[in-house]
Design a protein around this ligand. Structure first.
Ligand code: GCW
Length: 860
C-alpha cells in the first residue's frame, strides 16, 4: 500500500518538477520531498538549530542546514545561540559541545574532518547532534545529515560515527591563466580569465560547496604545466581572492609550481634545488604566500616530465627537487606533492625492451626514504596515462618510507571527453581494491595510498577534476557522477560503485525507482561498454596519443617516442612486458603479483595484451581467439552504446526536460561515435591480420552506400587519415559553394531510415539537405563542437532521418553547403528498413525532436 502511495507521489512530483534544470546544483538540489516523507522528517527534525561557536565553517554549516531543510521540507529552522529547553539540532566541535552541553556526554575519538550524528534524549527532549573534531567535520556532518534526508533514510534514532579513510582528499584543476583548461570539457576556467583572476568568483564558492559536501579539503587552482607567474608577488593577491572564496567551505587552495621559478621568476642564475640561494628563494616565497594565504594547502609539482624543468638539469634527484620546496612549506604546515608522472617521451620505439610503463617505478623506487615527511608522491592509477584500462601502478607497492597519494582522472580525457557516458568509479575501484600483496597479502592499493600499510603520516586521494563554467560543470550532466564518485571514494573507498551510483542518481534525479534503476544500470555498464568499442583486452585507448586523445587511430601510438605502444602487426598484438621475454615491467610488482601477470595461464583476459604479445589465433581464457574477441567486443560495445538511447528514452517525462534533452542528444551522438570506433578498429585488425570475422560482420555493411561511389556534382573524393576512420578509407568534400551526392534507390518499396554519416569539423557550420526526388526530407547544420579540424574519426558523426517512404527508381540526393573551412564532407549514407534499424525508434524520434530545428531560411 505504502509502495503504491509512494509511487503515485513520485509520478505527481515528477510532473510538477519537469521544468528545465541546468545541472548547476548538481547533487545538492534539495528538491521538495513528497508529502509523506516531508511529514516523517518534520516529525523527526527539531525546529531549532544551535550553532556552537563563531567559526566561519560553523556558519556555513548552519546556512547549509537551513537551505537544505527549506528546500526539502519547506520550513525554516529557528537559529538560537544556546541549547534551548526544547529539542534542537546542535552543531559544533566536540570541544564546543563539551562546554555548551556537558549533559550530552559525547565522547568519541574522531580523525580530523570526521563527525558523529547522534540523537540524544534529555528527559523528554530530543536533540540531533552533529559534532566533530574540527569545524570542517561539522560541515561534513551537516552535509551527511542532509544527504540522508534527500535519500529518504531515517534520521529518527541517529547514532553514526564517520571518519575519512585518509587525510588527503584533494582535487587538481589544470586551468591556465588565460582561462582555458588543459583536458577540460566543461567550459572555461572558474578561476582565471585573460591572465588574471576572474572578477566574479561566485562559481568558485559554488564549487567549494560541492567539494565540501563530499569532504574534499583541497584544490589546486592552476595547471600542473605551471606558469611561473603564479608565484609572482603582484599575483599573490589574486590567489588570495580565490582562497577567500573557498574558505567558507574548508577547501584549501593549492598551487601548481614550476621548479624553474627561482630562475625564471626570481632572477637567480640557477634553479638547482640544492643551491642555498635557491632554497632561500623558496623559503622567502613560501613565507610571502602564507602571509597572504595562511591556510594554503601547499604545492603540486610536475618536474622532468613532458618538457617541464626538472632536477636532471643539474644532475639532482627528484628528492632534491621535492625537498627544496617542501622545506620552505614545512614551517607553515604545507605539503609538497611531487608527481610520479615522469617519463622519457623520446623513447626509441625500435628497441623492444623500451617501455614507458617502467618509468615511474624506475624513477622513484630507488629514492624511497629520501623524501621529507611533508612530501607526497602523487602517482597516477596506472603505469601509463589514464588509459581505459591499466593495471595498478607497481609504484604503490614500491614506496615504504615515503608518503604517497593516488592520482585519479575525473575529467574524461581518454575516456570520451564528456561526450561518451563513462562512469569511472568501477575503474577506480579496480585499482584501489587491487591487492598489491605488499608487505603481505590483503594489502589493497587504497591502504597503501592512505599510508595505512606502512604507517605513513600523510596520504590519500587526488582527482583531476577540471570543472568549468558550463552550467553542468563537466560538459555533460552524467559526467557529474564521476566528480561525486571521486569525492565519495576519497572519503570512503569501501563504498561500492553501485552504492555511489545509486546515491548520485537519487540526489541528482530524485527517487523515482524507474529512473534510479535505469540510470544506475547505465552507469555501471558504461566503462565496460566504452572499453569494448575503444580498446579491450588491455590494448589501452586506441586513439591519437599525440593529439586530441579522442577518436580512433589504431597506429597513432606506434612508432613514436611517447611509448604507449601495443605492437600490433600482421602476426599478432600486445606489449610483451614479461620478465622472461619482454620489457621486464612485470618484475616491478611484488613477486605474488608478478606471478599473476607473468604467466599467460594466470593473466586475466582484460589485461592480457597489456602484458603479453599474442598471435591473433591464440586462445584466451574465454576459449575464443584474440582476433575474434576483438571483433566481438567491438560489436558488443557498439550495441550496448546504442541501447543507452532506448534506456534513456524510457525515462521521458520522469526527468526534467532540459537535462532529458541534453542527455538524449549526448547518448545519440555516442551511439554514432561507437559505430565509428567499432568500424575503425575492426577494419584495422581485419586488414592487419587477414583473418575474417567469424560472424561475417566486419567489412560488410548491408544498406550502406559509400559517398565516393555516388553520383557526385561538385564533391571531390578525398582519402581520410587514418584510413580506418572512414568507411572505405575515403570521403567526399565540397570545394564549391554547394555540392551534391546522389544515388538511385533500387531496393523494395517501403519505409526506411536514412542515416547520413558526415564530418563536423570545428572550422565552420556547414549545412546539409537531403532530397528524395523533389521533396526535401531532411536538413541540418553541422554545428557540434567536436575536437577535430580535419576529417577523421573525431569529426565523423551522423544524422538520422526518421522514416521515409522510398520507391524503386527514387533519386536520393544529399546536398552539402560548406562554411568557413568546413567542407560539408560525407562518408556514406545507410538506408535501413525502418523495423530493422538497430536502435529502434529512439534515434528516429530523437532526430525529429532535437536535430530538425528551424535553422534554415524559408528560401531553403
Ligand atoms: O595525460 C597527459 C595529458 C596532459 C597532462 C599530462 C599530465 C597536464 O595529456 O595534458 O598535462 O598527462 O598528467 O601531466
Amino acid at each position: 500500500m505504502r509502495a503504491v502511495k509512494l509511487w503515485a507521489a513520485f509520478v505527481l512530483l515528477a510532473a510538477a518538477n519537469l521544468e528545465g534544470e541546468t545541472g548547476q546544483r548538481a547533487w545538492l538540489r534539495y528538491s521538495r520531498l513528497d508529502d509523506a516523507e516531508v511529514r516523517t522528517y518534520r516529525k523527526d527534525l527539531p525546529a531549532v538549530v544551535v550553532p556552537l561557536g563563531q567559526g566561519l565553517l560553523i556558519h556555513s554549516a548552519q546556512g547549509e542546514l537551513l537551505r537544505g531543510v527549506r528546500g526539502m521540507l519547506g520550513q525554516t529552522l529557528r537559529v538560537e545561540s544556546k541549547v534551548p529547553p526544547e529539542g534542537a539540532i546542535v552543531l559544533g566541535t566536540l570541544d564546543e559541545l563539551r562546554r555548551a552541553a556537558p549533559q550530552f556526554h559525547v565522547a568519541v575519538r574522531l580523525a580530523p574532518d570526521g563527525y558523529v550524528l547522534k540523537t540524544i534524549y534529555a528527559g523528554k527532549l530530543r536533540y540531533t547532534v552533529v559534532a566533530a573534531a574540527n569545524e570542517r567535520g561539522v560541515l561534513c556532518g551537516v552535509f551527511a545529515l542532509l544527504r540522508k534526508i534527500a535519500l529518504g533514510q531515517s534520521i529518527h534514532g541517529l547514532d553514526e560515527k564517520e571518519s575519512p579513510y585518509a587525510p588527503i582528499r584533494w582535487v587538481n584543476q589544470w586551468d591556465n591563466l588565460d582561462g582555458s583548461i588543459e583536458r577540460g570539457y566543461g567550459g572555461r576556467s572558474i578561476f582565471w580569465d585573460d591572465g588574471h583572476v576572474r572578477s566574479d568568483l561566485s562559481r568558485v564558492g559554488d564549487f567549494g560547496r560541492l567539494l565540501a559536501s563530499l569532504g574534499v579539503n583541497g584544490c589546486s587552482i592552476n595547471n600542473v604545466n605551471a606558469d611561473s607567474r603564479m608565484l609572482a608577488s603582484d599575483f599573490i593577491p589574486e590567489v588570495a581572492r580565490i582562497a577567500e572564496a573557498f574558505r567558507p567551505w574548508g577547501v584549501q587552495v593549492v598551487l601548481a609550481v614550476d621548479l624553474g621559478s627561482p630562475k625564471i621568476l626570481g632572477g637567480l642564475e640557477t634553479f638547482d634545488p640544492v643551491d642555498p640561494q635557491v632554497a632561500a628563494w623558496w623559503k622567502t616565497k613560501a613565507d610571502e604566500l602564507y602571509r597572504a594565504v595562511p591556510d594554503l594547502g601547499g604545492f603540486v609539482m610536475k618536474a622532468d616530465s613532458e618538457g617541464r624543468a626538472g632536477p636532471s638539469a643539474y644532475g639532482r634527484t627528484h628528492a632534491d627537487a621535492a625537498n627544496a620546496a617542501a622545506r620552505a612549506l614545512a614551517p607553515h604546515g604545507g605539503l609538497l606533492f611531487y608527481r610520479a608522472f615522469v617519463y622519457d617521451h623520446h623513447l626509441d620505439w625500435r628497441n623492444l625492451k623500451n617501455d614507458r610503463a617502467l618509468a615511474a617505478y624506475d624513477n622513484f623506487h630507488p629514492l624511497d626514504g629520501q623524501f621529507d615527511s611533508n612530501v607526497v608522491i602523487q602517482i597516477k592509477n596506472g603505469p601509463i596515462d589514464f588509459q581505459v584500462r591499466e593495471p595498478a601502478s607497481p609504484l604503490f607497492g614500491g614506496l615504504r618510507k615515503t608518503n604517497q597519494a593516488v592520482e585519479l582522472q575525473i575529467t574524461q580525457e581518454y575516456t570520451g571527453q564528456s561526450r561518451h557516458l563513462v562512469y569511472l568509479v568501477p575503474m577506480w575501484k579496480a585499482t584501489l581494491d587491487f591487492d598489491m600483496r605488499e608487505p603481505r597479502a590483503g594489502t589493497p592499493v587504497k591502504a597503501l595510498v592512505a599510508g595505512k600499510a606502512f604507517d605513513r603520516p600523510e596520504g590519500g586521494f587526488v582527482g583531476v577534476a577540471n570543472v568549468g563554467l558550463d552550467d553542468d560543470w563537466m560538459g555533460s550532466q552524467l559526467s557529474q557522477a564521476n566528480l561525486y564518485g571521486f569525492g565519495r571514494l576519497a572519503w570512503n573507498p569501501d563504498l561500492s560503485a553501485r552504492q555511489i551510483a545509486e546515491e548520485w542518481t537519487r540526489l541528482g534525479f530524485g527517487n523515482d525507482p524507474k529512473v534510479v534503476a535505469t540510470v544506475v544500470r547505465m552507469l555501471l555498464g558504461s566503462w565496460r561498454t566504452y572499453e569494448n568499442y575503444t580498446g579491450p583486452l588491455g590494448l589501452q585507448t586506441l586513439t591519437d596519443v599525440t593529439g586530441n586523445h579522442y577518436g580512433p587511430a589504431v597506429e597513432a601510438s606506434e612508432r613514436n617516442g611517447w611509448g604507449q605502444w601495443h605492437r600490433a602487426d600482421e602476426r599478432g598484438v600486445g606489449m610483451d612486458r614479461t620478465v622472461a621475454t619482454g620489457t621486464g615491467f612485470v618484475g616491478q610488482y611484488p613477486a605474488p603479483v608478478a606471478a599473476i601477470y607473468e604467466s599467460l595461464a594466470n593473466c586475466p583476459d582484460d589485461l592480457v595484451l597489456f602484458f603479453h604479445h599474442l598471435p591473433y589465433t591464440a586462445r584466451l581464457h574465454s576459449g575464443k581467439t584474440v582476433i575474434q574477441t576483438i571483433y566481438d567486443l567491438h560489436y558488443d560495445g557498439e550495441r550496448a552504446a546504442s541501447e543507452y538511447v532506448n534506456d534513456w528514452e524510457s525515462l521521458r517525462g520522469r526527468v526534467d526536460s532540459q537535462r532529458y534533452d541534453q542527455v538524449l542528444a549526448q547518448l545519440n551522438y555516442q551511439a554514432g561515435a561507437a559505430e565509428v570506433w567499432r568500424d575503425a578498429v575492426t577494419n584495422w585488425f581485419l586488414r592487419a591480420s587477414g583473418i575474417a570475422d567469424g560472424e561475417g560482420r566486419v567489412g560488410r555493411y548491408p544498406g550502406r552506400f559509400e559517398a565516393e561511389k555516388m553520383r557526385l556534382e561538385g564533391y571531390m573524393v578525398t582519402p581520410v587519415t587514418p584510413w580506418e576512420d572512414a568507411s572505405g578509407g575515403q570521403a567526399v568534400e565540397c570545394l564549391e559553394k554547394r555540392c551534391s551526392a546522389s544515388l538511385t534507390w533500387d531496393g523494395a518499396a517501403g519505409w526506411y531510415a536514412l542515416r547520413v554519416q558526415y564530418f563536423d569539423q570545428n572550422k565552420g557550420v556547414s549545412r546539409f539537405l537531403v532530397w528524395v526526388g523533389n521533396q526535401l526530407v531532411g536538413k541540418w547544420l553541422a554545428d557540434d563542437h567536436l575536437p577535430a579540424a580535419k576529417l577523421d574519426g573525431s569529426s565523423s558523426t551522423r544524422h538520422t532521418i526518421a522514416a521515409v517512404a522510398l520507391r524503386p527508381g527514387d533519386e536520393i540526393r544529399i546536398e552539402g553547403v560548406p562554411d568557413g573551412g568546413e567542407l560539408a564532407a560525407i562518408d556514406y549514407i545507410e538506408i535501413q528498413p525502418r523495423g530493422r534499424e538497430a536502435t529502434g525508434t529512439a534515434i528516429l524520434r530523437h532526430s525529429r525532436a532535437v536535430r530538425l530545428r528551424s535553422v534554415f531560411t524559408p528560401s531553403d
